[in-house]
Design a protein around this ligand. Sequence first.
Ligand SMILES: [Zn+2]
Length: 383
Amino acid sequence: MRVFALTIVLFSSAAAHAAVEVLNRRLDDGQTIIGALTDARVEPQSAMRLIDALDDVFDVRQAKPGHQLRIVRVDGFVENLDYRAGPLDEYQVRRDGWRYVAARRAVAFERKVARFEFDVETSLYEAAMSTGRDPMIAMALADAFGWEMDLTRNAKLGDRAKVLVETLVHHGRVVRYGDVLAASYAPVRGAPMEIFRYQLPGGERAWFFSDGTSAQRTFLKNPVGWAPISSTFGWRMHPIYNEMRFHDGVDYGMPVGTPVHVVASGLVTFAGWTPGGGNMVCVMHEGDYETCYLHLSKLAQGVQADALVYRKEVIAWSGNTGATTRPHLHFNLKHNGFYVDPLRQKFPRTESLPPELYADFSKETAAYLAQLHDDAVPVMAPR
Ligand SMILES: [Zn+2]
């Protein structure tokens, strides 16, 4: 237990001769709230009543190291207990006659839009990671551009990416990143690509170009987001059999346990063990496409033959099972029964914005466009 502030105010003006004591505590590893209260010399009966009250608004079993308590005692009796689980997550228990009542505290925070800018040297992936900021930014970029480009390749020196992210600010400090609102990718040669997120009446939030064309395709570019390609589609010297063999898919090198997303919605046709592929899942999609995911460590719950899976759903975790020399995901795609190169497919775009929504959409995107290029928006520089 660390005491990081202790203030004792005697003889407060409100009640003459009342001794007011304020104690700030922070939960240590393995410490419970009752432990912290006992440590602060709150008598056991009061501690139990405080916790009972707090439990009405905050599940006390969720107490974690680092959570903060502020105990206000008047003449030895606890008047208030503030419980802070996070910058936007505060609770207060206060004495009301002979009982304690608890409430969640309304925490004021501001919503601001922040702009991130990246110089892309080798790949968008490396650019996003090199900022050293919240990995959420990299995830957001994957989400925004993952439909249009392979994030681990295709970049040229001088390419530039920008992204607008909603941020929640409390006391001048960014406490959390919210949604990505818009993003642009300006290649060193060619037209910049600008995409905008828009919430459809059904609640789904989808990506569109400024003319209302969908920026999403029916298939994801790949099932793993960021992982580097370790072997491409085509003829190669096989690492185990040591002879030229046709490699019928793409390998992504990555640690065991990386989430594997199904690239399009469909019906599971196979989920189980094969000697070569180890744990494997195959999914049939619209348009006579079939995808398979090999060498998995574990399948997600409910992923079995005839189950429906939805685009981007995590269906399994990568592994090193079957005939492999190192942890990786082998991903293959069949079209009309033949293996094709997943990296060379041009999948159709999802539906464009319905025309009746266009007026509202363009009003929203005009604001984002200004913020993408307006110098008044704070730029989060890479560090
Ligand atoms: Zn392979």
